[in-house]
Design a protein around this ligand. Sequence first.
Ligand code: ADP
Ligand code: TPW
Ligand code: MG
Length: 593
Amino acid sequence: MSTAPTATTAENANLTDGFHVLVQSLLKNHLDRMYGVIGIPVTDVARIAQAKGIRYIGLRHESDAGNAAAAEGFITGKPGVYLTVSAPGFMNGLIPLKEATENGWPVIMLSGSSSRELIDLGEGDYEGLDQLNYAKPFAKAAYRVDKVEDIPLVVARAIRAACSGRPGGVYIDLPGDTLGQTVAQDVAESLLYEVNDPAPAQLPAPSVIESAMELLASAKKPLIYIGKGAAYAQCDDEVRQFVESTGAPYLAMSMAKGVLPDDHPQNAASDRGMTMREADVVVLLGARLNWMLNFGKGKHWNENVKFIQVDIDPTEIDNSRYIAAPVVGDLKSTVELFNDYLAAHPYKADPAWLEAIQADSAKNNARFSGAETADTVPMNHYNALGAIKKVTDANHDVYIANEGANALDDCRDIIDMYLPRHRLDCGTWGVMGVGLPYAIGAAATTGRPVISIHGDSAFGFDGMEVETICRYNLPVTVVVLNNGGIYRGDFKNLGTDGDPSPLTLSACAHYEKLMEAFGGTGYYATTPAEVEKYVAEGVASGKPTMVCCELSIHAGKESGHITYLNPQPVTGLLVGNEQEDLAEHRENGKLVD
Ligand code: ADP
Ligand code: TPW
Ligand code: MG
């Protein structure tokens, strides 16, 4: 692999190389952060990037680098960029590439690779792999650049592919040979360009807007569902105007929380089940009818419900059911057109519908709020998160990264969001291992405080990034809700070997010591008052902080709110009291003898 930079000798004085052209191409497009793990053949990509003014954040695993970049993509709408070495680093980096594509977030993965002639003949190069072909199924688009002169073009092409239509992950394969190629500086300069309007507005036809709004006007019980596509599209004002002018209740998907503040009077979150079952016309704003919305059918929905679906991707329409009013367009333009239409043809939902939801919500809130403020020790997810809520309610601009099962679902329900694009979590795939990388991406991108809330299992997937947080002195407060296991810590081993159950982890762990090991501040909390105090201190300090929260090993449900997705072993194939034990596992966790 030829990787030596060349521009030091007199004869090369007017030359530049692939390393520099790549960095200049990124900077020309205002991509001024890069996450990664270096090694052959990309070490000097990172060095030169840093030298030229790109902020380089070195993480401890390529998956984390990719996820940090994805967080930046979601928050800013510009692709996050990450860098990996060839073969093994490349493969570690594929997972976040696919995750970002599933989430619809723009990222660009740059990976070094071997010379084509060695790969194409299968000669067995150091960390050799036919990377372009491996990347294709995991990426929205994948390119290899073989000529230094093509680097500005490939960067532009990658930005456009990442950002246009439904955003996603784009792979750029960088053979070491290409990085080492030289070109005259003035030629390279002339080739650089800034991509022109990478995510063009896409306006639906007026007749489409009219049909959609006519359907809305026929609604007795309308509902507006806001998804993370709407959060991503940065159309917060347009969505607010639409929601408020219609007077319809709305629901926000997890990462759309904060597009409107969660304490908005039209938020139906506390009466979600009833609202979904009764709504007769539902406007989907950047939310897919995938598993998270029960595919838009079945007992969770009114059997006569009609959908108005706004999405930039035409193939999303009819994904899982008939759509009465498909509206293909970008959300910002489309909701603006809705608002224009409604200004001329006002529509107001029957206030009795929202009032009924508000009355139900008040009852539900009264029923559940006690759990969030209880002093119970050992703690559970509710009162530990209730304590964190006191801090977030006093600091609206805090970003939240969140992963786990109960630690995820209960956090989503308990912690209100007030600002858009401030909550990042396990997403469309429900992935563990995204929490700390998202926290790092959010902190590096915005400079604002982040509270990163993890179940103890989830934390294990990305915990080493605590070192990265300390090394870059990022304003992240890491919270581990330790209930001693995956879902809970009290499961029995159904066999006889005396090992811990497959779900059991260390209930007595002091995770905060990991933060102390790298120079941050660690706290161990056993009461809600301590959780509130320590998290507040972490946020106020703006310094790497970690709070390990001791929860009851009985706290939590199997798979959190999605227990029903677990397939069941066939009755009769279980022996002894296994059937009963499994049922109990899923129900209440009173399994310690
Ligand atoms: P959630 O998980 O919050 O329900 P999804 O990720 O399932 O959200 O859905 C987001 C949808 O938003 C995707 O179908 C995507 O195509 C769409 N989308 C993303 N950006 C835009 C945009 N600018 N305009 C319109 N639709 C968009
Ligand atoms: C990459 C499967 C879903 S949730 C979870 C796992 C392992 C951990 C839940 O325990 P945690 O939270 O974090 O302690 P809590 O509060 O409920 O106890 N591998 C990947 N992704 C997923 N989703 C899994 C495994 C899983
Ligand atoms: Mg746990």
